[in-house]
Design a protein around this ligand. Structure first.
Ligand code: ADP
Length: 155
């Protein structure tokens, strides 16, 4: 059976931290679906189309990586695309507590789906999309925090 993982998030925008987790997970799975969760009630800095294009640009040469968007429960989207694995990155103990609760609840909702965690590389621990958005709002330089392919979308 094909091993399919989804990597859910809002990716507003994708950062070097996200990209590193996805890259490191490539040898573990046959396919990784980067899944952009869409919440109609939340506004985002980048529209959905731009977020999809940014991720596609970062993984232009990776035939194991797909980008999709979804609404509703992540676990339901896993079932829709036949994913048996949910990939998550862990930066800090705060991430751990948050992820532990979601991971355990998801396991109760669907015992056949496993959440797989990769520890963030030390140099990516401080990076998150919300800080990147703050820097962008104030016209700062985010080039250290996002993959080089993302820069073309910022102009
Ligand atoms: P987003 O930041 O895209 O809104 P999340 O914060 O839920 O969404 O991130 C999606 C996934 O990416 C989570 O598993 C999160 O732990 C992971 N992640 C976010 N930032 C980093 C980072 N700097 N290094 C590694 N993993 C990260």
């Amino acid at each position: 059976m094909e091993k399919i993982a989804i990597f859910p998030g809002s990716f507003d925008p994708i950062t070097r931290g996200h990209a590193s987790i996805i890259r490191r997970a490539i040898p573990l799975f046959d396919k990784i679906i980067v899944a952009i969760g869409v919440n109609a009630l939340k506004s985002t800095y980048f529209d959905l189309d731009t977020r999809i294009k940014m991720i596609q640009a970062v993984f232009a040469n990776g035939n194991k990586i797909e980008v999709q968007n979804y609404t509703g429960l992540t676990i339901n989207f896993c079932r829709e695309v036949n994913a048996q694995f949910l990939l998550r990155g862990l930066r800090t103990s705060a991430d751990f507590e948050f992820e532990r609760s979601i991971g355990q609840i998801n396991k109760q909702l669907d015992p056949y789906i496993e959440t797989v965690f990769l520890l963030t590389k030390p140099e990516h621990t401080a990076i998150n999309s919300s800080i990147v958005r703050d820097i962008l709002r104030h016209k700062g330089d985010v080039s250290q925090f996002v993959p080089a392919e993302v820069l073309q979308f910022l102009k």
